[in-house]
Structures are given as structure tokens and as C-alpha cells.
Design a protein around this ligand. Structure first.
Ligand SMILES: [Zn+2]
Length: 142
């Protein structure tokens, strides 16, 4: 499979998992996070950067190039990742008071920990699920 097809398949997984989790978030978040994590480990093999500065740029490029939305690291200490115009944004469809992007939490966590060789936890704090206009992820080093 070409890298292009792989990253297109990730987009489909992102959309499908978000729709699925949106229906019953409390039940399925762990499964979606695990799915994202495993696919993130595979994605890490296709990503070149192993330093934070270049990895930040490469992830941002992947997001825009494959139409996932717009991803930016808005702070590095503490590390904060924000995503706008998500391809899988549910708008006001599921205002469920909890963030819904558990797939992306796992996906980003796997890529960052594999490439930087550090233990961390990526946790989404704001999301369309909480009726925010974009997603905000906090990265905690553990
Ligand atoms: Zn979100």
C-alpha cells in the first residue's frame, strides 16, 4: 500500500470511529483510542522526523495534505495540540459533554511516543463533543 493510500484510510477510520463513538461515547472511547494507537504505530514507520521541531511540522503537513483538518502545536511546554476544521467534525450533532476524538488521542500518542522515544499521554480536553469549535489536546509526559 502506498503512503498516500494509508493516510487516506486513516481519514476514513477517523470519520467512522467518530460517528461510532458519537453514538455512545462512554462505552467505546477505549476501543477507539486503542485503534488509533495501533494505526499511529504503523503511521510512525512512515514518518521521518524523530525530533520535536521537525515532527511538529511533519504532523501538521500530514493533516493538511490528507485533508484531516488543520493541526498546530500551540505550545510546547506544556505541550498543546489544537486541531481546526476536522474532517470528522460532528458540529452540534452530539453535544455529549465529553471530547469524542479518542481515535486521534491514540493516533497522536503513538506517533509522538514512537518518534520521540518518550512516554506520554495525549488527552483531549475540548472538542465538538463538548460543543467547542475546535479540538484541543494536552500532552503529558509520564
Ligand atoms: Zn475532538
Amino acid at each position: 500500500m502506498s503512503d498516500q493510500l494509508f493516510f487516506q484510510a486513516i481519514k476514513l477510520a477517523m470519520k467512522a470511529s467518530k460517528e461510532y463513538v458519537g453514538l455512545e461515547p462512554s462505552k467505546e472511547v477505549d476501543v477507539m483510542r486503542k485503534l488509533g494507537y495501533e494505526l499511529g504505530k504503523a503511521a510512525a514507520k512512515l514518518i521521518e522526523s524523530s525530533e520535536l521541531n521537525t515532527l511538529v511540522k511533519e504532523l501538521s503537513d500530514i493533516w493538511s495534505e490528507h485533508g484531516y483538518g488543520k493541526l498546530e502545536f500551540t505550545s510546547t511546554d506544556p505541550m498543546v495540540i489544537e486541531v481546526w476544521d476536522c474532517v470528522d467534525c460532528l458540529g452540534k450533532k452530539y453535544g455529549v459533554d465529553i471530547p469524542l476524538c479518542s481515535f486521534k488521542e491514540g493516533f497522536l500518542e503513538a506517533i509522538l511516543s514512537e518518534k520521540l522515544n518518550l512516554s506520554m499521554r495525549v488527552r483531549e480536553v475540548e472538542c465538538c463533543g463538548t460543543l467547542n469549535d475546535h479540538c484541543i489536546f494536552h500532552v503529558e509526559f509520564i
